[in-house]
Write a protein that binds this ligand. Structure first.
Ligand SMILES: NC(=O)c1ccc[n+]([C@@H]2O[C@H](COP(=O)([O-])OP(=O)(O)OC[C@H]3O[C@@H](n4cnc5c(N)ncnc54)[C@H](OP(=O)(O)O)[C@@H]3O)[C@@H](O)[C@H]2O)c1
Length: 207
């Protein structure tokens, strides 16, 4: 859902020259600016190294809900995938800006497993030698333009609350954003920078 939101904005943005999408499944999108790599093992990008240089930004949108997962498995998808990919990209693209999708409530001191793992991931990414790194911590994201989350846990409440989404965003700018605003804000952070390196919903909406 988040990845599709950013991809849509990237393809619409006249200032974006080309987009390389990497995921374990195809996006289903076709566009002259888009190249896709379907790669099953995101933990190991070594076979792709020759195709990963020359980019200004990475929008790392892969992520899962922790529901039903133990810490080892959640850490592998959250920390290992993101930090592993980021290390490879930083080595190949020292002028790159790295954008990571985290979540509201992330906290290194939390008793909640996902909040701690996401915080560790954020800190590891912020320490890498990129031109800049930005952490986006949305709460409630309104999916627009036909985009849906693949995660049922997110999809079902959004379907139920769908008609209320614009109202929620107006009433609670500190909690709610949309896939379009999120995508535009991520691109803006790369292009012009952002006032903070860790952005909550209110900062994302302002950007
Ligand atoms: N949606 C929200 O409201 C919301 C709010 C705050 C934060 N977030 C965060 O945003 C991130 C993405 O959420 P989303 O709603 O966009 O989820 P989503 O629609 O379920 O998309 C998740 C993406 O991650 C990929 N992925 C998951 N596990 C993988 C694995 N083991 N190997 C390779 N790829 C894998 C999925 O690939 P496939 O397409 O092949 O399944 C999919 O492309 C999560 O970290 C979530 O915590 C989401």
């Amino acid at each position: 859902m988040v990845g599709q939101g950013v991809l849509r904005e990237l393809l619409l943005d006249a200032g974006v020259e080309k987009v390389l999408s990497i995921g374990r499944s195809a996006t289903g999108k076709s566009d002259p600016k888009l190249t896709e790599i379907v790669h099953a093992d995101i933990a190991d990008l070594s076979a792709l190294r020759g195709r990963l240089a020359g980019y200004d930004a990475c929008f790392f949108c892969l992520g899962v809900s922790s529901v039903g997962m133990n810490e080892t498995d959640y850490r592998r998808v959250t920390y290992d995938f993101a930090v592993g990919a980021a290390r490879t990209l930083a080595e190949l693209n020292p002028r790159m800006t790295f954008v990571f999708i985290s979540g509201a409530g992330t906290n290194s001191k939390s008793a909640t497993m996902w909040a701690r793992v996401k915080a560790e991931t954020e800190n590891a990414l912020l320490a890498l030698p990129f031109k800049a790194a930005y952490i986006f911590r949305p709460g409630f994201i309104q999916p627009l333009h036909g985009i849906e989350s693949k995660t049922a846990l997110y999809r079902i409440p959004y379907k139920i609350l769908g008609p209320l989404n614009p109202v929620l965003r107006k009433l609670f700018p500190g909690i709610a954003t949309s896939t379009e605003i999120l995508g535009r804000a991520m691109i803006k952070a790369v292009r012009d920078g952002a006032p903070k390196h860790v952005l909550e919903s209110r900062d994302i909406n302002a950007l």
